[in-house]
Design a protein around this ligand. Structure first.
Ligand code: 5AD
Ligand code: SF4
Length: 456
């Protein structure tokens, strides 16, 4: 009989990808995904350790699941509880000590072993947070079961950059790139199953250097190869490090039409002093230069970034440098965070930790500017025709939702047959977090590259 599997995923797109693969690897054991933990035979918490209170969130969710498990056991049924992802990697066996009702603890690099872990869990608690020598990708099922027109494809994992605030190099391990042939085969299968857009994923995706014909391939070359796949209409990639934005990848933005003109390129800070303390290995001017080169290659490129405010030692002048950089570059969207101490990372031990109220005030100031820029960017699309990949039904009957090339969510009245298609839409209105439009006959126009700057 089919068993029910519920996976709750926190954090990044990498985790969303991992969760989908976990469901696939457990399917042959009879587990079918369900929408909630109630009544599930197995529940997996795929955790994220990047930001604040990650471990506390995990333990409070596990507390709720403990009661569900007890209820099920009272009815003579069972419920297997597994915790994966970066908190599992970081907390390790502490999870089994603090939450003894947990059956399995596994790390981001061992989930290909889930079937044997499930078998072992019938006898004992299972704990597997190794960094195995065998890459998990070699052991995951080849068949993907995509359920959308826009799919994630992990091409690179781990990170060797060691930014001083970040846990990723410790939880995800050293940088690893999947071989070109494996990536191409997975992309072809996704497209054959209906995907029209693929987002290439990696913690440091533009450091990609997978083995391919003739040696190691960079991300630009991989993108050119994937662009040859018939019916693949859009390619994106995330997340990139400014240092790894090489010439070939920048050229790909000029030369590969299916490479979308939207790039998430985290700068973190506009202050050279803060960037050095963060071990980002570039100066603010290096970032400006990379952006100039990207915009020369693709004038309509829309940019997104991550920012950290209140990094240890950040002065008013350092923060002002961040605001100046934001004003100058103009971002179509961005994520910004208060610095939060991650035990075990070098920045956690730095002097000059910034008081909470200062961090909060800086975050408000930064977000006000970023929000204005985002709205200005979106407003500049009103009246234009943008190509939209319709992904799913909208909130109202007869409506579909999709994304513009610039990652803007677009709602439009469209027949169900438009789902999975890339269609020109004339943008007619701006909402808080999306655009509305009507299907158009004429060709797409691009918003000016400087839209955010011009209007903000
Ligand atoms: N504190 C605040 N933000 C952080 N990030 C990563 N680690 C921390 C931390 N300790 C942010 C960075 C990164 C994004 C994924 O999360 O901006 O780019
Ligand atoms: Fe973390 Fe820096 Fe690596 Fe990004 S580049 S994953 S912030 S260490």
């Amino acid at each position: 009989m089919a068993k029910k599997l519920f996976i709750k995923s926190y954090g990044c797109q990498m985790n969303a990808y991992d969760s989908a693969r976990m469901a696939e690897i457990l399917a042959p054991l009879g587990y079918l995904p369900c929408d909630g933990p109630e009544g599930a035979d197995m529940v997996i918490l795929n955790t994220c350790h990047i930001r604040e209170k990650a471990a506390e969130k995990v333990y409070s969710e596990l507390g709720r699941w403990r009661r569900l498990k007890a209820d099920r056991e009272a009815q003579g049924a069972s419920m297997l509880i597994a915790v994966g992802g970066c908190v599992a990697q970081a907390e390790g066996e502490d999870i089994l000590r603090r939450a003894p009702h947990v059956d399995i603890v596994f790390g981001p690099q061992t989930y290909h072993r889930l079937p044997e872990m499930v078998a072992r869990a019938r006898r004992e608690s299972v704990f597997d947070t190794e960094f195995p020598v065998e890459p998990k990708f070699d052991f995951l099922p080849a068949e993907r079961t995509p359920d959308g027109v826009s799919e994630l494809l992990s091409v690179q994992e781990g990170c060797d950059k060691f930014c001083t605030f970040c846990v990723v190099p410790y939880t995800r391990g050293a940088e690893y790139s999947r071989p070109v042939a494996q990536v191409v085969a997975e992309a072809e299968r996704l497209v054959a199953a209906g995907a029209r857009e693929i987002t290439l994923l990696g913690q440091n995706v533009n450091a990609y250097h997978g083995e391919g014909p003739g040696g190691a391939w960079g991300l630009g070359r991989l993108i050119r190869r994937l662009a040859e796949i018939d019916r693949l209409g859009r390619i994106r990639y995330t997340t990139s490090h400014p240092l790894d934005m090489d010439d070939d990848l920048i050229r790909a933005h000029a030369e590969v039409p299916v490479l979308m003109p939207f790039l998430h390129l985290p700068v973190q800070s506009g202050s050279d002093r803060a960037l050095a303390a963060m071990n980002r290995r570039y100066r603010a001017d290096d970032y400006r230069r990379v952006v100039d080169r990207l915009r020369a290659a693709r004038p309509d490129l829309a940019l997104s970034s991550d920012f950290i405010v209140g990094f240890p030692g950040e002065s008013n002048a350092d923060f002002a440098a961040t605001l100046a950089l934001v004003e100058e570059i103009g971002f179509a969207q961005a994520y910004s965070f208060k610095y939060s101490r991650r035990p075990g990372t070098p920045a956690a031990a730095l002097a000059g930790q910034v008081p909470e109220d200062v961090k909060a005030a800086r975050l408000d100031d930064l977000q006000a500017i970023l929000n204005t820029q985002r709205l200005a960017f979106n407003r500049a699309s009103v009246g234009r025709v943008l190509s939209v990949l319709f992904e799913r039904a909208g909130r109202y009957p007869g409506q579909l939702v999709g994304r513009s090339p610039y990652m803007q969510a677009v709602h439009a009245t469209a027949p169900r047959s438009a789902e999975g298609k890339i269609i020109d839409v004339r943008i007619s209105a701006l909402h808080a977090n999306s655009l509305a439009g009507v299907m158009a006959a004429s060709g797409p126009q691009r918003p000016p590259a400087t839209a955010a700057r011009a209007i903000a």
